[in-house]
Design a protein around this ligand. Structure first.
Ligand code: XIL
Length: 331
């Protein structure tokens, strides 16, 4: 009976199958999550601004609820994310009079945040995106400009990994980024991770966000990225997989439901991706979608597209799409 197939069971010999969730989807997608997924990531609930809105105040309620849900249902949790240029409150970078903090203060605040959060979920969260999106997309600079970089200098990255490792030596620690398969950025990510390894920084993996679409990136670019990162001895996690049915060139605003043609092309892309993940399952130990079903995605009304999107294996009624069947057939 096809109805008995569970996504995570189909891949139990290869990798965990994860979904990003939020307070709402934990309720609205509850049955689907329990049935098909064995790993969860907080879409926003473990980001800096949500856990630590003021220097002397931590707010763990939503994150704790997610952890409890995962435990009740025997799911793992990936932690996302400790150090990022987005969704970090401005107090972090300011002193009492509203001026910029100095390097020592910023690093000691970062240490406090990482120690507090990582040790709270020690033994429960199996891996952390310690640093998210620090590499520049293009240009000559390796790192993107940010308050972290401007105030603390480039070793804020190494320090973040050291603090996280001290707080939970068993957690696997990731550098996570998008455009991870584009050759130019791939080489920068490679260079960053290589230099961290050479300094004996406790980094164990590279997170490939995998916000992909019907055309980009090419399978060949993805394969080369996987091989390049794996060549550093890094474990690989696919951390935020979704397959947008639109791209920057496609500005159609009139599409109110997915066409059969788009869904077929999406299924073919998913089939190719999972074929690749499976071939590299020695390195890839977790594949997380940035959501679970088409009733909710962060890509809905995304600024450049401005309309609904349908990026997952399950439709808006939580029924398996063609892409689902193509992917599990392949497992
Ligand atoms: C996104 C969330 O999905 C949105 O709800 C939020 O408004 C912005 O952040 N890369 C990441 C994720 O690492 O944290 C982002 O999540 C998507 C891009």
């Amino acid at each position: 009976d096809n109805k008995m197939i569970k996504l995570h069971e189909a891949f139990s010999d290869q990798f965990l199958i994860g979904a990003a969730v939020n307070a709402k989807t934990l309720k609205t997608q509850r049955e689907l999550l329990i049935r098909h997924f064995n790993s969860l990531t907080a879409e926003n609930e473990m980001k800096f601004e949500r856990l630590h809105p003021a220097e002397d105040r931590y707010t763990f309620e939503e994150a704790d609820r997610l952890i409890a849900f995962a435990k009740e249902n025997n799911m793992g949790v990936r932690g996302h994310t400790l150090v990022w240029h987005n969704q970090t409150p401005s107090w972090m970078f300011e002193d009492a009079s509203g001026g910029a903090v100095n390097r020592e203060t910023l690093l000691s605040r970062m240490k406090d945040h990482i120690e507090t959060v990582v040790s709270r979920y020690k033994g429960t969260i199996y891996g952390w995106d310690v640093v998210n999106e620090a590499v520049a997309d293009s240009g000559n600079e390796l790192l993107r400009s940010s308050k972290w970089l401007d105030i603390a200098g480039e070793d804020f990255i190494a320090k973040a990994f050291e603090y996280a490792h001290a707080a939970d030596p068993a957690a696997i620690l990731f550098y996570n980024d998008y455009n991870e398969s584009a050759p130019e950025k791939r080489e920068k990510i490679y260079a960053l991770v290589k230099s961290l390894k050479e300094k004996d920084v406790p980094i164990h993996g590279v997170g490939l966000q995998a916000h992909w679409n019907l055309e980009h990136p090419s399978i060949d670019d993805i394969r080369q990225a996987i091989e390049r990162y794996a060549s550093l001895g890094m474990m690989l996690h696919i951390t935020e997989l979704d397959v947008s049915v639109f791209n920057h060139e496609d500005r159609r605003t009139d599409l109110l439901a997915p066409t059969a043609e788009l869904m077929e092309r999406q299924a073919e892309r998913y089939r190719q991706f999972f074929e690749l993940f499976r071939a590299y399952s020695e390195h890839i130990t977790s594949v997380t979608f940035w959501g679970a079903a088409d009733d909710y995605t962060w890509l809905d009304n995304f600024p450049v597209y401005g309309r609904k999107n349908w990026p997952f294996l399950f439709d808006q009624e939580h029924q398996p799409k063609q892409a689902f069947w193509d992917v599990v057939k392949f497992a």
